[in-house]
Design a protein around this ligand. Structure first.
Ligand code: ADP
Length: 765
């Protein structure tokens, strides 16, 4: 200390180099610095220690009275200046603690001590002093102060019970008066009664508590334990007992303790525990994914479900961020929703969890903002919606299909949702009835109002039957008239399905209306046609009957007078030949021929009317035999015309004989009759098997027929020649046609005038 005193007493500026070094070492060791204020020159000087203390390099801070004052903390500045003035005016010792501001703004505490000196040589007055940095000391003192304060308040507020007991017998020797406030028992009661403490411990904790205390005491261990205690008024309170074991000669001698009531804390911590347990078990039992993470993206809580769905282990999840459970393209979405939750408090979203093995599962997340352990956190649950997504997809497909069907069908589709009382109309309502479903909003009432008034009651009654919950009627098919937008009525066939819920209530009716007006028109005209046909058939039957009656009359009643005419003409000719002139005889011949012709016509007509009427069974017929039979009947013209009739491979067939005989006899007969003059007729008969039919051809080399008359020749009485050229009645081919039709075949003709004719007909086998 002597060196220092020397230094400050000597000329500070002119000190010896070795002294300067010594001072510097001293200053750095003691964290101090020296200062000097010359009152006469009003100059100030600092040692390096002061600059160091304040964080300045000596050259960067210009020291003078003002700057030296400026670095004093403003709260201490006035006092420092005042003290200095006092020191100077009263020549006292300078001694003050003040705060200085360092270059970096930090505040330091300094203990500044100094004194006023007069230089011998110059006689100038100087104030010389030392700064000692006492910041650490002040801070420590400050801290100590607050700790002491805290301890004091702690002790003051502590509701503890101090006690002393015998370490062997556990008899209480002393207990502080607070015991009454806490337990209701006075210290007197407590000390006087034997085993008082033990008796008032809650039975559930008694044995454990006594045992613990005993064991620890024997082992000379200080110990702390909690137990429930029964108060005087019957309440149960929790006590925390801190016991100090005092030993003597290695044996427990005395126990000193402090009991504190901790009932509230116990209740709170129990409630907290319960809540945490409850939450944990709830979280774990949730069928959905649960998670909680903080704003830094650290997952703090989650349940097994998350581990299961993501396929990550608990350890892995600890290191994962919320985004890492999703595909890269979803990360922006997640960021957006996290921000939304923080800003607005809640959000929800649908996203697919991407599992560790790359499996994607759709989830619906419901996320909220939450304060957990004093920070903003985000917690949420995620519901697996795979099934929902699937059903949505198939619903979409169904809807799509339904729309395609309603568009594709020409029917008017309607779909009535009875619960919502809403009706959907398909495009068919526009194309069929002229109502544009996109322009009008149909209702079920409107649809019903369009039913024709005459049909409405019937339909209403039926609907009532169908919508009865007791009814099981499902499939509806009704026909009624439906008003079109143009004011006319369409006849509709309405097919519908009534859909019921579990209790049988009809919830929905889906239907399709078909416009059957045209069909109905057809039906009506078909009916008309049928009626006409029936009438024609009736007329035909009548005419057939009349024809038959006529034939009967002709054969019996007309034949007879004709025969009479012929025979009386013959008689007239024979008996009066001698008296009659040539002319008269010629007239008689005309009359006889006429009668004969008429007879022929009548016989032919009779034959025509009888075609197919003869009740005759089918029989096996050798066609060759049949033709030969015909040749026999026709032997006269065959002979006279020198005709050649040939046939090839004629079959044996099973059919009715008379019609077949009529066909061949007439066709061969015509072939002989309509031959070219001087050309012997050649008639060829061929046959062909054409599956279900036999086909026959009769070909001649006669005069031929102009194709113009092909149809005419089959009509009754139609002839192409006069009787002068060719004898006949015009009935032959009519009989042929009728006989072919009776045998369920057809007849056609091919011919060339001057070449020949070929008739082809079929008969059913
Ligand atoms: P008909 O022979 O008694 O006059 P058909 O009904 O048998 O009556 O014949 C109708 C008409 O068809 C005949 O008048 C004749 O002009 C014509 N015709 C029929 N068969 C032949 C044939 N083979 N060759 C040419 N003309 C024929």
């Amino acid at each position: 200390m002597k060196g220092f005193t020397t230094a400050i007493e000597g000329n500070f500026v002119d000190q010896q180099p070795n002294e300067k070094i010594l001072l510097e070492q001293f200053e750095s060791l003691t964290n101090s610095g020296t200062w000097e204020y010359n009152l006469d020159t009003d100059t100030t000087q600092w040692s390096d220690g002061v600059f160091r203390m304040l964080g300045y390099e000596p050259q960067e801070f210009e020291v003078n009275f003002d700057t030296a004052v400026a670095i004093i903390h403003e709260d201490d500045r006035d006092e420092a200046i005042f003290h200095m003035q006092e020191v100077i005016s009263q020549n006292r010792e300078y001694n003050i603690k003040k705060r200085l501001i360092k270059k970096d703004g930090e505040i330091i505490w300094v203990d500044s001590k100094g004194k006023l000196i007069s230089e011998e040589k110059s006689g100038q007055k100087k104030l010389i002093g030392v700064f000692q940095n006492i910041t650490e000391y002040v801070q420590t003192k400050e801290k100590l102060k607050t700790v002491k304060k805290k301890n004091k308040s702690l002790i003051e507020n502590l509701d503890g019970i101090f006690w002393e007991a015998d370490a062997q017998t556990f008899e209480f020797k002393y207990i502080s008066p607070q015991v009454e406030k806490i337990t209701g028992f006075t210290p007197k009661e407590w000390i006087k009664t034997k085993n008082f403490w033990q008796m008032h411990i809650h039975p559930a904790d008694r044995q454990d508590s006594i045992q613990t205390c005993h064991d620890e005491t024997q082992n000379l261990n200080d110990h702390v334990f909690d137990y429930r205690f029964l108060t005087k008024d019957g309440r149960v309170i929790w006590l925390n007992d801190r016991v100090k074991v005092i030993s003597r000669k290695g044996k427990p001698y005395k126990l000193q303790g402090l009991m504190v009531e901790i009932t509230k804390e116990k209740q709170i911590s129990q409630a907290l525990k319960d809540e945490i347990n409850l939450n944990q078990s709830l979280i774990q039992k949730l069928p959905s994914v649960f998670f909680l993470f903080n704003t830094e993206g650290k997952l703090l809580l989650w349940n097994h479900q998350l581990e299961k769905e993501s396929e990550y282990s608990s350890d892995e999840i600890t290191k994962m961020s919320p985004e890492s459970f999703f595909a890269g393209e979803d990360h922006l979405t997640i960021k957006y929703h996290i921000k939304k939750v923080i800003d607005e408090g809640a959000t929800d979203l649908e996203l697919e969890i991407l599992s560790k093995t790359g499996k994607k599962t759709p989830f619906f997340f419901s996320v909220s903002r939450f304060f957990y352990q004093d920070e903003i956190c985000i917690f949420g649950t995620g519901q697996n919606i795979s099934e929902l997504v699937e059903s949505r997809k198939s619903t979409a497909q169904h809807i799509e299909r339904y729309q395609i069907v309603t568009q594709a069908t020409s029917d008017a589709i309607w779909d009535y949702d009875r619960k919502k009382n809403s009706l959907y109309w398909g495009e068919g309502f526009l194309s069929l009835f002229g109502y544009n479903p996109s322009k009008i909003e149909p209702s079920f009432e409107f649809q019903l109002s369009l039913i024709h008034p005459d049909d409405r009651n019937r339909i209403f009654r039926l609907i009532q039957l169908y919508i009865d919950p007791k009814s099981t009627k499902k499939n509806w098919l009704e026909e009624y008239r439906f008003l079109k937008s143009d004011g006319t009525y369409a006849i509709v066939l309405d097919k519908a399905i009534f859909i019921r819920d579990d209790s049988g209530n009809v919830t929905r009716v889906v239907g399709a209306m078909q416009d059957i007006s045209r069909q109905k028109d057809f039906e009506r005209s078909l009916k008309d046609l049928n009626q006409q046909l029936e009438k024609n058939v009736r007329d035909l039957a009548i005419s057939n009957l009349e024809l038959q009656q006529f034939a009967f009359v002709a054969s019996h009643d007309l034949q007879e007078p004709l025969r009479m005419i012929s025979s009386f003409m013959g008689l007239l000719e024979r008996r009066y030949k001698s008296v009659l002139d040539e002319k008269a005889l010629e007239y008689i011949e005309f009359a006889t021929n006429g009668a004969k012709q008429m007879q022929k016509v009548i016989l032919d007509l009779l034959e025509l009317s009888r075609v197919g009427k003869v009740e005759e069974k089918k029989e096996s017929l050798d066609l060759a035999v049949l033709i030969n039979e015909i040749k026999m009947y026709l032997r006269k013209p065959i002979h006279s015309k020198n005709a050649l009739i040939t046939y090839e491979n004629l079959p044996v067939i099973c059919t009715h004989k008379t019609p077949l005989l009529q066909i061949f006899q007439n066709l061969i007969g015509n072939g002989l009759k309509y031959s070219k003059p001087d050309v012997p007729p050649q008639i060829t008969i061929r046959s062909k098997d054409i599956g279900p039919y036999w086909e026959f051809t009769v070909e001649d080399n006669g005069i031929g027929i102009d194709p113009e008359y092909f149809n005419k020749i089959f009509v009754v009485f139609q002839r192409l020649h006069g009787r002068k050229d060719f004898d006949g009645t015009g009935i032959g081919l009519s009989i042929v046609k009728k006989a072919v039709e009776f045998l369920e075949g057809e007849i056609t003709v091919k011919s060339q005038v001057g070449v020949g004719t070929e008739f082809t007909f079929t008969i059913k086998k």
